[in-house]
Write a protein that binds this ligand. Structure first.
Ligand SMILES: Nc1ncnc2c1ncn2[C@@H]1O[C@H](COP(=O)(O)OP(=O)(O)OP(=O)(O)O)[C@@H](O)[C@H]1O
Ligand SMILES: [Mg+2]
Length: 458
């Protein structure tokens, strides 16, 4: 079973066409043969008539004086051999070759044309009979003229071959042109395939059906309907995540505050105080985990929403994140610095970009040893914005570096952290058309996390 549309169409077209060409070749051969026979038979009959004109009574007996002109009719470049004989009804040979075969049945009224062999060669012959009268006497004379078939075959070939050639040429031309035409005409289909295959998961705009042939419209319509349904589904998903974030954050924040308050109360029983502290730690961790999970989901769903057109000043955003982290850095005696260009703009979601920066700075503060140094940088190089968070902590081992952007992957073994921070950074960078990488700092000390984002274009 052939699976290529092109091959099948070609088969449908060339198959019947080849049958047609074979049949018409047969028909045209038959017509050429009949025409050649007609012409040859006519010449044979003419020559038989010419011969019989010269049979006459001579002294009471029939005699034949055959002129060379009777046989000149057959002179041709194919050098056919011509034979004849003239016999009376009484069997007397008046001229020619005696053993030239006669027809099976002879009807005097009509000339008889027949195929036979003479001298081992196939011949075409005519037997022509006439009654000759002489003072009350009558005798029948039969003239037989036969001729080898070379000129007949040549005539058939010259009549038939050009037609045959034309038909096979047409078949070859169709065989060549149809695949070429199909390749050209199938180009829109290939383009459509590429357009659908090259799409990012987030690309949910409908396909423009305008340059496509009408046969492809139903397919494009069906794909567009599917895209529209996906878009509604993605929007519903986004709404659900936003609602869940809102609904979960409030009670978790409340729980953390309540457990913190309870653990600070003057509980006499140390076991109860320990338990309350434990509940407080767990609820704080739960709140952080929920917040990270929701941020990740939000970043992932942003990739499938419409492109963002809000301008965000990254320098300002990084400054405010740093301000919030000053206290945490001081607690660990970490020198938190910044080198920021002014007014560095990107297009995007401010909340998600803040979580990207916050996760990088949190990591640097959390994993660098006390007394370490953390620097956040932000600069613009033409169309690209680079955010860098560098520290002089332990860094990440080379074999772990390729996994740190996976969800829940952790190198550190402390109970803090959920292993989602760098996954969020990666997803936010991607959904903003950017990238992130982590590498060791200068002289293989510490870690530098670098995020590149396209600059804002109004
Ligand atoms: N600046 C850094 N220095 C050393 N190790 C780091 C640094 N940043 C990340 N890591 C390592 O990479 C791992 C993954 O980081 P990631 O931010 O994804 O998760 P986490 O910090 O463990 O949890 P979360 O950020 O969700 O609270 C961490 O467990 C840590 O071991
Ligand atoms: Mg982290």
């Amino acid at each position: 079973m052939v699976h290529s549309l092109r091959a099948r169409l070609l088969l449908w077209l060339l198959g019947p066409l080849a049958v047609f060409v074979v049949v018409t070749s047969g028909v045209s051969y038959d017509a050429a043969r009949r025409t050649a026979d007609l012409v040859q038979d006519h010449a044979l009959l003419n020559s038989a008539r010419t011969i019989i004109e010269d049979v006459d009574w001579d002294g009471g007996a029939l005699s034949a004086n055959i002129p060379p002109a009777a046989l000149e009719l057959f002179e041709s470049p194919w050098k056919d051999h011509v034979f004849y004989k003239v016999v009376t009804s009484r069997g007397r040979l008046l001229g020619g070759v005696p053993d030239l075969p006669s027809p099976a049945a002879n009807d005097a009224a009509t000339p008889v044309f027949y195929d036979s062999t003479y001298g081992g060669e196939p011949i075409r012959a005519v037997a022509y009979e006439r009654r000759l009268y002489d003072s009350g006497r009558a005798e029948r004379v039969t003239v037989i003229v036969g001729k080898t078939r070379a000129s007949r075959e040549a005539m058939i070939a010259s009549l038939w071959r050009p037609q045959l050639l034309r038909q096979w040429l047409m078949l070859a031309l169709v065989g060549l042109l149809v695949p070429l035409g199909l390749t050209l005409e199938l180009r829109p289909l290939m383009k459509l395939k590429e357009e659908v295959a090259d799409r990012e998961p987030a690309q949910l705009e409908p396909i423009c059906p305008d340059p496509l042939p009408s046969e492809l419209r139903p397919i494009v319509d069906a794909i567009n309907q599917c895209i529209a349904r996906l878009k509604i589904h993605a929007a519903m998903q986004r709404q659900f995540i936003a609602d869940a974030a809102h609904q979960l954050r409030t009670p978790l924040a409340l729980l953390t505050t309540q457990t913190q308050f309870a653990s600070q109360c003057d509980a006499r029983d140390p076991a109860l105080r320990d338990a309350l502290n434990g509940v407080h730690r767990t609820s704080r961790k739960l709140a952080e985990l929920t917040s990270q999970l929701l941020l990740l989901a939000q970043a992932e769903s942003m990739a499938s929403s419409a492109p963002v057109t809000t301008r965000v000043d990254l320098a300002e955003l990084i400054s405010s994140v740093l301000e919030e982290r000053v206290q945490a850095a001081e607690q660990r005696d970490i020198d938190l610095g910044a080198e920021l260009d002014e007014h560095v703009y990107v297009g995007g979601n401010a909340g998600l970009l803040a979580s990207l920066v916050a996760n990088l700075i949190d990591n640097a503060i959390r994993y660098t040893q006390a007394g370490g140094c953390v620097t956040a940088r932000c600069r613009r190089d033409r169309d690209e914005i680079t955010i860098e968070v560098a520290d002089n902590g332990p860094g990440i081992p080379a074999e772990a570096r390729m996994h740190v952007f996976e969800r829940f992957y952790r190198v550190a073994t402390d109970p803090e952290g959920s292993g989602l921070g760098l996954a969020i950074v990666h997803q936010v960078a991607r959904s903003h058309g950017g990238s992130v990488k982590v590498a060791p700092g200068a002289e293989q000390v510490g870690l530098v996390a670098t995020v590149r984002l396209p600059a804002w274009r109004p």
